[in-house]
Every structure is written in structure tokens, then in C-alpha cells.
Design a protein around this ligand. Structure first.
Ligand code: FE2
Ligand code: FE2
Length: 192
């Protein structure tokens, strides 16, 4: 179950289907960023029980996803090049509280929401893309992105208690839904 407070708009899906190349390119950067975020958490919190055991395989899996997307880009004669990211993740992370363990709990929950939003949008793409190879590719990612969502929620729950972590997740999910629609900028995996 993805704990999101809103559904993506049909406008986003229409724009994505209209410019699949940009979505794919941004998706490649999102996978790279997902791996890098997990690795950064291992650097920052090596002594948190269970964190390295959970996030090292996750980082590896995100890098495997990155390799798959880059291959799909190449097959479509699209270059894996720099692309200005959406403001989504930075705006989402503005809600992270200061001081530990709140800072880590909120960071993990924001990561959980990013995974959930990616998963929700990949499902929309899987159902709507006319390119059957791409549709199958997105279908193939759904299970692992949903698992990543749960993994981040579980890690946050271990740092406080399940009820407190879930209450905070509900607050952050409402913030995520606001950030998603209020941000401005061109089409991205996490644009409005
Ligand atoms: Fe991924
Ligand atoms: Fe993921």
C-alpha cells in the first residue's frame, strides 16, 4: 500500500505521454539520485541498527534501475545528459525537522514518499504507454519501488514507534501532495 495523500493529475500523464524522452531521461536521473541518497544515509548514519543492511541493497537496486533506463535511452538514440531536476525533492525535504532522531525519521519518511510517488506514476505509465517495451519496463519496476517505500517507512518506524511514525507520515504525505501541485517548472517525473 502506497501512503500518498493524493493521486497524480491526468494533466501530468498527458504531458508525460507527449514527451516520453524527457520522462525517461529524468527517470534515469531519479534512479541515480535514489542510489546516491541511500548511500548518503549510510555515510551519515553508519551506526543506526539495520540501516546499512537495508539501504546498501536498495542503493544497488537503484543503480541496476539506472543501468536499465540508460540502456532504454540508448536504444531510442537519446543521450544520458544533464537535465535540470524538478524542485519537488528539495521542497519536500524543507519539512524535515532539525535535531536527531527527528531529522533522520523525517528524511526516511520523505524518501518513502518519493518512492511512493515514483511507483504511482510508473503504474500510470505502465497502463498508458503505447510503447509496449517501455510499458513492460515500468510494470517490472512497480514491485521494487513499492518495496522501497515500505522499507523506508519500516526504518523510520524502528526509530520511534509505529503509531508516531505513521502519524508523521500522514503529515508529510499532505505536505508532499501540496508540493507536487504548487511547484513550477517543465515536465519531469515529479513535476506538477
Ligand atoms: Fe528505482
Ligand atoms: Fe526506489
Amino acid at each position: 500500500m502506497l501512503r500518498l495523500a493524493s493521486d497524480s493529475s491526468p494533466t501530468w500523464l498527458a504531458a508525460a505521454l507527449d514527451d516520453v524522452g524527457t520522462v525517461l531521461l529524468d527517470h534515469a536521473h531519479c534512479e541515480k539520485k535514489a542510489a546516491s541518497t541511500a548511500l548518503n544515509l549510510i555515510f551519515r548514519y553508519p551506526d543506526v541498527p539495520g540501516l546499512v543492511e537495508a539501504l546498501s541493497p536498495l542503493a544497488r537496486e537503484e543503480l541496476e534501475h539506472l543501468e536499465l533506463v540508460v540502456q532504454l535511452l540508448r536504444e531510442r538514440d537519446l543521450r544520458f545528459q544533464h537535465l535540470q531536476p524538478s524542485t519537488y525533492a528539495a521542497l519536500l525535504m524543507q519539512a524535515v525537522r532539525r535535531g536527531e532522531p527527528d531529522r533522520l525519521i523525517d528524511t526516511l519518511l520523505c524518501c518513502a514518499l518519493i518512492e511512493a510517488r515514483s511507483c504511482e506514476r510508473m503504474k500510470l505509465l505502465a497502463e498508458a504507454l503505447p510503447d509496449q517495451e517501455l510499458a513492460a519496463f515500468y510494470r517490472g519496476l512497480l514491485a521494487s519501488e513499492a518495496r522501497h517505500h515500505n522499507l523506508y517507512v519500516d526504518l523510520a518506524s524502528r526509530l520511534s514507534d509505529r503509531t508516531t511514525a505513521h502519524a508523521r507520515l500522514t503529515e508529510l504525505a499532505a505536505h508532499e501532495a501540496r508540493v507536487l501541485v504548487e511547484q513550477e517548472g517543465p515536465l519531469r517525473m515529479h513535476s506538477a
